[in-house]
Design a protein around this ligand. Structure first.
Ligand code: PEP
Length: 257
């Protein structure tokens, strides 16, 4: 049985006051009775504040948006998995499309970051997904397979027992253009099938999130699909009401996968 999971990617947003209010608003309305796991991934500099608030108890887990592939040393401007773990992070997003396209992170870098996350006891949320041009050229499965293969080759399939995948079509991120449930389900089933070739038990237990313009209004129909185990939420995670509505939609799918 896969437990639904919703993670909020705040991206580069939030002052300390805004972050504090957002966490308070989410935790005060999120149902503790739900079996759905919920995490927030603030910018690095807000992690200490959010960690302190969450230490007081509550239903939220803490994640980061990126990490270095190195543990420590002369890497100016970087933050390591060791440091994130030290602050109580449980999750870290790896290979987000903005990291790949704006900061030149290739498949090999992403695979090394995935390894670094596991090495420091963090659960990587590995993002994969195609651009619009790649989808139009019917290359979606090839692109996603290539992105997965790089991580599989370096880390092995068993590493996915402690990981989460997020399928995020680049054309759907921050555009308001969500993949249809059928489009998303088809790629999710493809991802699970690829991993099942290597290890069926790991593939069956793996949570695969959908990300790309998920909102309160479209979350339930996405999460109803058999291979969609929750969402990685960008813009809507900055609005407590929207985010909690999405979490409730995930809770509504509990027990069905
Ligand atoms: C994201 O940044 O991972 C994302 C899915 O963004 P949005 O929900 O805003 O499309």
């Amino acid at each position: 049985m896969r437990r639904p999971f919703v993670a909020g990617n705040w991206k580069m947003n939030g002052t300390r006051a805004e972050a504090s209010r957002l966490v308070d608003d989410i935790t005060s309305t999120l149902s503790m009775a739900s079996h759905t796991e919920v995490a927030v991934c603030p910018p690095f500099i807000l992690i200490p504040l959010v960690a302190e608030k969450l230490a007081a108890g509550g239903a939220l887990a803490l994640g980061a948006q990126n990490l270095s592939s190195e543990a420590a040393g002369a890497f100016t401007g970087e933050v390591s998995g060791l440091m994130l773990r030290d602050y109580g992070c449980q999750y870290v997003i790896v290979g987000h499309s903005e990291r790949r396209s704006l900061y030149g992170e290739g498949d090999d870098t992403v695979a090394r970051k995935f390894a670094a996350a596991l090495e420091h006891g963090l659960t990587p949320i590995l993002c994969v997904g195609e651009t619009l041009a790649e989808r139009d050229a019917d290359e979606t499965e090839n692109v996603v397979a290539r992105q997965l293969q790089a991580v599989l080759e370096r880390n092995g399939v068993k590493a996915f027992a402690n990981a989460v995948i997020a399928y995020e079509p680049v054309w759907a991120i921050g555009t308001g253009r969500t993949a249809t449930p059928q489009q998303a389900q088809s790629v999710h089933a493809f991802i699970r099938g690829r991993l099942a070739h290597a290890d069926r038990v790991v593939a069956d237990g793996l949570r695969i999130l959908y990300g790309g313009s998920v909102k309160g209004a479209n979350a339930a129909e996405l999460f109803r699909e058999p291979d969609i185990d929750g969402g990685l939420i960008g813009g809507a995670s900055l609005n407590a009401v929207e985010f909690v509505t999405i979490c409730q939609a995930a809770a509504g799918s509990e027990g069905s996968k």
